[in-house]
Design a protein around this ligand. Structure first.
Ligand SMILES: Nc1ncnc2c1ncn2[C@@H]1O[C@H](COP(=O)(O)OP(=O)(O)O)[C@@H](O)[C@H]1O
Ligand SMILES: [Mg+2]
Length: 398
């Protein structure tokens, strides 16, 4: 008997209810789907918009089973699900993408460093540290400023500490070790700037690379992304894309892979870290590329053919909207109103998150051809949405 084709749309389930899940749901709508999310609470960004919500914890096996039940694929908006739980889900037949043996390289900075080294990818000099003696040995060996990192659990620079000197590094390492946190220490790489090579890979093996971007960081948080990275030679951009596609294939990544890169003053590229999900460095694609990273991630985990990754304009600038140190008296609604009045070209994406200092609550894209002008506008707009102040003195009712 012939199987009757199912007319049901496939269901993708995502662990995490943050802004990445929210924007993936937005992309799912266009594909005739909705996203099922595992959220900690009903007021998380994605839980507010998809009707398909499981409230629970990403560290609870039963909650993970509930969100995965009947899904064509289970994927992630963050990397904090313990690998043991994912292995159990795989054993029970859940299609976990990226698979746990790939995802571990985005979960553990030490596992990642070792694997990248084995694959011949350039990385900063580093060492796993289990005692202060090992730290002293490493410091003596490399003769450079040190960065101490928690191997797991950090994001937005939270597990990363720039040591002012060896005594400081010893203090930080001591604290981490006392807390039972696995630690690595790296040379502090002199940075010309930071770049990101974003690619996607499907189970079929298709790969697609977006233009390489520059990510501008402030206090360990990305504040602006420029696509494509200005003054990056075509050769070097292509090499970064090839590296990212190779890593995606060698690690068995399915979905979007972000390869965060350091560019040194002499022009060398080193891999900083990997993320296996839609990434902040790809938010520009929502307005600046033919295919957004969110749609591409869905296409990849569903093994659909991937979409065109070309930029639609010479330059796109993305600015993150961060919660201000002091929440402005003016409501978000009113700030948005004034932003649109001044800048009709602003492409705004808000996450419906409460404003807290330094928290990513949205982003704004500007698409065009004048890099300097777009960067200025992005900076002004993001600062306005954060603080309710125009940093160039523009008068709202002037
Ligand atoms: N070895 C290093 N040398 C110089 N800067 C670094 C180094 N490691 C991290 N940083 C800085 O800290 C930021 C956050 O580090 P990262 O390892 O990416 O942690 P997170 O997981 O929090 O994103 C980087 O984007 C970079 O600006
Ligand atoms: Mg990072």
């Amino acid at each position: 008997m012939m199987a009757v084709p199912s007319s049901r749309t496939p269901l993708v389930a995502m662990v995490g209810g943050g802004q990445l899940a929210r924007m993936t749901h937005q992309a799912a709508i266009a594909l005739g789907q909705n996203l099922r999310v595992l959220a900690n609470a009903a007021d998380e960004p994605a839980a507010l918009v998809t009707p398909n919500v499981v409230i629970g914890s990403h560290t609870d096996l039963d909650d993970l089973r509930r969100v995965a039940a009947g899904a064509a694929a289970l994927t992630f908006d963050h990397e904090h699900v313990p690998a043991e739980l994912l292995e159990k889900l795989v054993a029970e037949g859940v299609n976990v993408l990226p698979p746990p043996q790939a995802l571990i390289h985005a979960q553990d900075k030490l596992v990642m460093r070792r694997r990248l080294e084995a694959l011949g990818a350039p990385v900063p000099r580093y060492a796993a540290i289990e005692s202060l003696d090992e730290l002293d040995d490493f410091a003596a060996r490399i003769d450079a400023a040190l960065v101490v990192k928690a191997a797991r659990g950090g994001y937005d620079g939270r597990g990363v500490r720039m040591a002012s000197d060896l005594a400081h590094a010893r203090e930080v390492v001591g604290d981490y070790l006392a807390g039972g946190v696995p630690v690595l220490v790296e040379e502090r790489v002199p940075l010309r700037r930071e770049l990101s090579a974003l690619v996607a890979r499907s189970p079929f093996g298709q790969g697609a690379a977006w233009p390489v971007v520059e990510t501008v960081q402030r206090d360990g948080i990305c504040v602006q992304v420029i696509a494509p990275a200005p003054e990056l030679s075509a050769d070097k951009a292509a090499a970064a894309q090839r590296l990212a596609l190779r890593l995606a294939a060698e690690l068995g990544v399915v979905g979007v892979l972000a390869v965060e890169l350091f560019e040194t003053p002499d022009g060398a590229l080193l891999v900083n870290e990997l993320a296996m999900r839609p990434h902040n460095s790809g938010h520009w694609t929502m307005d600046g590329s033919r295919t957004s990273q969110f749609e591409q991630h869905l296409r990849a985990v569903l093994d659909y053919p991937l979409g065109d990754t070309d930029a639609i304009a010479p330059v796109t600038v993305m600015a993150n909207v961060l919660g201000a140190a002091e929440q402005p008296a003016m409501s978000v609604d009113e700030r948005l109103h004034h932003l649109f009045a001044r800048m009709p070209d602003a492409r705004v994406h808000l996450y419906a998150k409460a404003e807290r200092p330094g928290r990513k609550v949205g982003h704004i894209n500007f698409v065009g051809d004048d890099l300097t002008k777009l960067r200025e506008r992005a900076e002004l707009a993001a600062h306005w949405l954060s603080c309710g102040q125009w940093s160039d003195g523009w008068e709202v009712h002037g």
